[in-house]
Each structure stands twice: as structure tokens, then as C-alpha cells.
Design a protein. Sequence first.
Length: 67
Amino acid sequence: MEDIMAEKKKKAPTPEDLMKMEIAEELGLMDKVEELGWGGLTAKETGRIGGLMTAKKKQRKKQNAKL
């Protein structure tokens, strides 16, 4: 059973995952994510990513509404 738990299945990244990675890259956090994983970020860092994701989503929604 431990062997099964150790092998995590890689799932295809969702659009939200891609956005999260893009923002982490913009903030210079991807090296830390690659080394420690998403759980290695501080609350401040994850909050910043989440806030920027929300802002981008609002902006995209606004742009799509204008079309």
C-alpha cells in the first residue's frame, strides 16, 4: 500500500494551475516551488498569488463581457 501512495499520478494542469504557475514565475517564486513544492510557500506568498489570480480572473471576465 505504501508503494501505491508514494506514486502520485501526474494530472494535466488546469487553466487555473497554469495561471498560478505564470503568476509564481512573475513573482520570482518558481524556483522555490520547484524545490519545495507549493506547500513550501509562506502564507504571504500564497495569498499574493491568490490575490493576483482573482484580479486576473476579474479582468478577463470584464474583457469577455465587452466582446
